[in-house]
Design a protein. Structure first.
Ligand code: BES
Ligand code: MN
Ligand code: ZN
Length: 494
């Protein structure tokens, strides 16, 4: 899908394709909607009055081949209150318009940004970009008439040059979200740890430095916790180290991701029903890879490190057993009670390695860590756990700004004893299911050596089924890329 910015004076009544205009709550027409209403002899106001359209976000009305217009289709999009108009609404408006007409047969969609401000036009372009994501690599027999028809979105603005410039960093963001969504969508027979690492290595073309550590190197480093998870897999486990050096000699910020390319549960095997979802158990690492992609893409003025712990959790003659004791890189020993609580075992060594080697300002890890976070927060909020209020507040502020919802959860010391083991330094699960996301966070915290740290449990948000917002089609979300990019841009650059 192509994005173009076109000048508003040349596109009052665009020819062909679809045109989207906005109407606010209470039926107040935007200027473009007024223009269309006049050109059609009042068809817009009549269409609104004919139904239950009230200008609420998500509501749309379509007029086909309206007399007086050159376009084939006019889409009236509700966008909420007039007073709340801004970048967020522009994004949602363009995304909603795209979803409405994407398979209508129209090839071009004009998005009439109210006010025409270039910054808002750029946000509209981002909205359409995110809405247009589709993973169709493995479809070979799809009929042309059901394929998306829109190939170009023309965003109408007062100043197309300025809009183009404002869009540059957002375009980089869109590409990074696509990269992240692709990784999450790929089937697990294709995207195993070695292939995953290879795809990330290709990001060197953006100016990133990428190192890949295999099992031999990780054995030397003493990463018994991570390696235990992958030992039942035919694929080599990988630790991928991505560096973006845009911040001179400043101390780096660090992001660590869980990358279980498939989680069968191991010997503590999961039930068959829904197990296919566990292909996206690498969503945390995909967010980190996406973040590094956008930092490089927009040449961010920061030093950032992204660490991906990539393993496949399989049952096998060589697989780890419940009851095994492993020694982590930190020296702490772990009794593996449940081989399905594998994400924390991967992160234990990845976190330790990150602080040991890079001495970062802080570490944020992302992981599809626990089913319990879905029970706690439902499918729209990810859980935030942190030992540091400033870092937590920065994440919450970025969450508000980007619409990737976080909810802060406690990391209470009184629960820490729940992961004490009878024979080792700790065990990898709590007592029963109570507070499952919290005991998981407490486990991770034992591998954080005094520095500010935050953990995002994104098991609830990595995948959308069904789609609930127009910028996120059903499937891989890319959750975390936008949020972290925003936090870095707002707080840690320059
Ligand atoms: N990858 C899962 C968590 C998960 C569950 C993600 C559902 C997305 C949807 C994780 O490795 C896991 O299996 N966690 C266990 C932990 C338990 C054994 C303590 C869980 O949540 O059941
Ligand atoms: Mn598991
Ligand atoms: Zn898992």
């Amino acid at each position: 899908m192509r994005i173009e910015f076109v000048a508003s004076d040349k596109s009052k009544n665009p020819a062909g394709g679809a045109v989207a205009v906005m109407v606010f709550e209470g039926g107040k027409l935007s200027t473009a909607a007024e223009d269309m209403d006049r050109a059609t002899g009042g068809a817009v106001t009549r269409a609104i009055a004919a139904g239950r359209f009230a200008g609420k976000p998500g509501q749309t009305v379509e007029l086909l081949v309206p007399a007086g217009l050159e376009a084939q289709r006019l889409v009236i999009v509700g966008s909420g209150s007039d007073s709340e108009w801004g970048g967020d609404t522009a994004e949602r408006f363009a995304a909603q318009a795209f979803q409405t007409v994407k398979a209508s047969g129209a090839e071009t969609l004009y998005v009439m940004i109210p006010g025409g401000k270039p910054e808002e036009a750029a946000r509209g372009a981002l909205g359409a970009t995110l809405a247009a994501y589709r993973f169709d690599r493995y479809r070979t027999t799809e009929k042309p008439e059901v394929k998306p028809s829109v190939t170009t979105v023309k965003v109408v603005t007062d100043d197309s040059k300025a809009a183009e410039a404002a869009f540059a960093p957002l375009k980089a963001l869109g590409e990074a979200v696509y990269f992240s969504r692709d990784l999450v969508s790929e089937p697990p027979n294709v995207l195993h740890p070695v292939e995953y690492a290879r795809r990330v290595k290709a990001l060197e073309s953006l100016g990133l430095e990428v190192e890949i550590l295999g099992e031999k190197e990780m054995t030397k480093l003493g990463m018994g916790s991570l390696l235990g998870v992958g030992q039942g897999s035919r694929r080599d486990s990988q630790l991928v180290v991505i560096q973006w050096k845009g911040g001179g000699d400043s101390q780096p910020v660090a992001f660590v991701g869980k990358g279980v390319t498939f989680d069968t549960g191991g010997i503590s095997i999961k039930p068959a029903d829904g197990m296919e979802d566990m292909k996206w158990d690498m969503g945390g690492s995909a967010a980190v890879a996406g973040l590094m992609h956008v930092l490089a893409g927009r040449k961010a003025k920061v030093n950032a490190v992204g660490i991906l712990g990539l393993v496949e959790n399989m049952p096998d003659g060589n697989a780890q057993r419940p009851g095994d004791v492993v020694t982590s890189m930190s020296g702490q020993t772990i009794e593996v009670i449940n081989t399905d609580a594998e994400g924390r075992l991967v992160l234990a060594d990845a976190l330790w390695y990150t602080q040991d080697r890079f001495k970062p300002k802080f570490m944020v890890d992302l992981a599809t860590l626990t089913g319990a976070i879905i029970i706690s927060l439902g499918n729209d909020y990810a859980g935030l756990f942190s030992n540091n209020d400033e870092l937590a507040d920065n994440l919450l502020a970025a969450s508000k700004a980007t619409g990737e919802p976080l909810w802060r959860m406690p990391v209470p010391a009184i629960y820490d004893k729940h992961i004490d083991s009878a024979i080792a330094d700790m065990k990898n699960v709590g007592n029963g299911r109570a507070g499952g996301s919290i005991t998981a966070a407490l486990f991770l915290q034992r591998f954080v050596n005094g520095l500010p740290w935050a953990h995002l449990d994104i098991a609830s948000t990595a995948w959308k089924k069904p789609s609930t917002v127009p910028t996120i089609p059903e499937g891989a979300v890319g959750f975390g890329v936008r949020l972290l990019n925003q936090m870095v841009a707002d707080k840690y650059e320059g």
